[in-house]
Design a protein around this ligand. Structure first.
Ligand code: WT7
Length: 635
């Protein structure tokens, strides 16, 4: 008997030990008993972190959509698979059953085929949170095309970079999107991006906001008429276990975004198994993750994980503040949500609004409250626990990454006793390690270091699209035979983990992972800017906000700094998106540098945090005098 559903703490420890003692036997049992395979594997796992090369279930064949849809049809055909809650609360919610999802995915897959999309081709999906987005993802998987979903808040430049990096031949978008009281011209953004994307052959456009858009003849097609005439039958392409399922971009501390490549079988097994346990999903539950499918959270825990378990998964088009800050709770009451999964930044924003907006609604259906994306601070944890969970729904603080594909460190609700701000224990099969500055593993409890993972897990990314060397350098070079996460963590006296935050130049702003280098590159595009450095500083809603130190080419004679600040943020919005805008911009004459010319961000971070009491030894800097100058002018 496999241990697909863990129900109490002793069972967790027992299964955990088994998964560590003999990972291959463990994962083979899970894979064998809970999924639909066209052909079983020859080998459960082969791996070498020095290359790095990891393969799970080699030799197996499958299609993930058969696991997420087809196999449920006989038992759950009329059950709601996707429950769509629109931006406007007065627009009716849509219940898409497994039967309907099957038809719609097949039709969509046939439309892709009619536009010459073949197995292995890359398809860029730039859609708002409407059912077409989930259906498009599944349609790609149905025919073995590799989807690359780009969050529809990214700018035209960011979109173009991602389309070109993975050579997407088709783009899926909509005429526009709703975001609270606003509409966004998505098609206009795509048009702008495609001026720089010669490889894109066709654009399929879903109708959402009924706006006037221009359609380029021979390239752009309305989706709906194509879907309407497409056949509802589409045989699933038989994929190999290690065939790429999708690419998802995440920012790195330097350079271009990294196209993380996830493969089919291992990802499916891990996303499904974590979903079942971490959310303790039961047959009639209504599960809601508020993330966007443009992020990994949406891939694993709106689409693939829930559907692989035959769950009802909610897709929410709107924002927490529209029409007012009670929207989340209104939706919880309306659909009797049982598991609710959101980000600390949303919790903090809602906590600011006072509890009357929470108390107005009946939240008694809730059983599990999840948090993801950044460390959840103590205050937010308690607010969530007291006011939303009424102290009876456990909070699961789930730590993971785009790269890990699934949840890695987390309490299991009703199994693991929770502790505020702690992600608690490693999930089944996960072997964390904390490393000190000399690359030694810190054994035992009550230690703090850099968080690594010692052993492969099925959903880990296999490479960076087109740049395996970068994959190796970023994740497997800092420590021998370990995957390095980029995060710091501590282990307390009982072995619980608390994530302390990034230890590299990635800053998590409102749960979004932002590399400093690409933002600096954007800032430096401004004709008046000579150089810039960006650091994070604490922000009571966003968790971190961005602080930019900017050196101007001349002193800005005749130019108003306020205008420059606006222009700099405008450039960032154009290059990356509004999420990367700087909260504070300080113009300075110099930046503290080491003798080898490296910017000392540590010092800039402290100054931005107004913590200048202990800057360490600055005398070895190339230009120690600039430090005081910056402190004197700090905003
Ligand atoms: C980084 C990964 C995983 C989906 C969303 C973010 C931070 C994520 C937590 C948590 C503390 C967290 C880490 C991680 N992070 N969850 N529960 N506690 N930090 O995915 O954009 O790839 O970002 O988010 O710093 O490395 P991502």
């Amino acid at each position: 008997m496999s241990n697909y559903h863990i129900k109490h703490l002793e069972e967790y420890y027992q299964v955990y030990r088994k998964s560590i003692r003999n990972p291959e036997v463990f994962w083979e049992e899970i894979a064998e008993e809970h999924f639909m395979w066209r052909k079983k594997w020859n080998n459960v796992l082969s791996w070498d972190f020095s290359k790095p090369d990891v393969k799970w279930f080699e030799g197996a064949q499958l299609n993930i959509t058969e696991n997420c849809i087809d196999r449920h049809l006989s038992t759950r055909g009329n059950k709601t698979a996707i429950l769509f809650e629109p931006n406007n609360p007065n627009e009716a919610a849509q219940h898409i059953t497994y039967n309907q999802l099957h038809e719609r995915v097949n039709q969509f897959a046939n439309v892709l085929k009619s536009k010459a999309v073949k197995r292995g081709d890359r398809v860029c999906i730039y859609l708002p949170m409407i059912p077409e987005l989930a259906i498009a993802v599944l349609a790609c998987a149905r025919i073995g095309a590799i989807h690359s979903v780009v969050f529809a808040g990214f700018s035209a430049t960011a979109l173009a970079t991602r389309i070109n990096d993975s050579d997407c031949k088709l783009v899926l978008t909509s005429d526009g999107s709703y975001r609270g009281a606003k509409t966004i011209d998505l098609k206009g953004i795509v048009d702008e991006a495609l001026e720089h994307c010669p490889g894109v052959q066709a654009v399929l456009v879903a109708k959402r906001i009924d706006s006037q858009i221009s359609m380029k003849t021979g390239r752009d097609y309305w989706l709906e008429p194509l879907l309407n005439k497409a056949s509802k039958v589409c045989e699933a392409e038989v994929m190999n276990a290690e065939d790429p399922l999708f690419i998802l971009y995440t920012s790195g501390s330097t350079g271009q975004p990294k196209g993380m490549v996830h493969s089919t079988a291992g990802y499916m097994v891990y996303a499904a198994y974590t979903f079942k346990n971490v959310f303790q999903y039961r047959e009639n539950d209504v599960y809601w993750c508020t993330a966007d499918i443009g992020w990994i959270t949406g891939h694993s825990y709106i689409v693939y994980g829930p559907l692989a378990n035959g769950a009802t998964t909610v897709m929410f088009e709107g924002v927490p503040s529209y029409p007012d800050f009670g929207r989340f709770w209104e939706v919880v009451e309306k659909h009797k949500i049982t598991q609710f999964y959101t980000a600390p930044t949303a919790i903090r924003a809602l906590a600011k609004q006072g509890v009357d907006l929470v108390e107005k609604y009946d939240l008694s259906s809730l059983k599990v409250l999840g948090s993801v994306g950044e460390p959840i601070n103590e205050e937010a944890w308690h607010w969530y626990n007291d006011n939303v969970g009424k102290k009876k729904s456990p909070i699961i603080d789930t730590w993971w990454q785009t790269e890990t594909g699934g949840i890695m460190i987390t309490p299991i609700p009703y199994v693991t006793p929770t502790k505020p701000t702690y992600a608690t224990l490693p999930f089944i099969g996960i072997q964390p390690a904390l490393m000190d500055d000399n690359a030694n593993e810190l054994k035992g409890n009550q230690v703090e270091g850099r968080l690594c993972i010692k052993y492969p897990w099925p959903a880990m990314a296999r490479t960076i699209w087109g740049n395996h060397e970068r994959y190796k350098n970023t994740y497997f070079s800092a420590y021998k035979n370990m995957y390095f996460t980029g995060d710091g963590a501590l282990r307390d006296e009982v072995g619980y983990y608390r994530i302390t935050g990034r230890v590299d130049d990635v800053i998590i702003v409102s749960g979004h992972n932002l590399g400093t280098a690409p933002i600096e590159d954007a800032v430096n595009e401004h004709p008046a800017v000579a150089e810039s450095a960006i650091v994070g500083f604490p922000h009571d809603i966003k968790g971190n906000a961005l602080y930019g130190y900017v050196i101007l080419k001349d002193t800005g004679e005749g130019r108003r700094h306020d205008n420059l600040r606006k222009e700099i943020n405008q450039i960032i919005t154009e290059h990356i998106g509004p999420i990367a805008k700087l909260d504070k911009i300080q113009f300075t004459g110099g930046l503290p540098k080491t003798r080898s010319g490296k910017i000392m961000r540590r010092i800039l971070r402290k100054i931005a945090c107004k913590d200048t009491s202990n800057l360490g030894d600055t005398s070895t800097l190339l230009n120690p005098e600039v430090v005081q100058d910056i402190i004197n002018n700090v905003l």
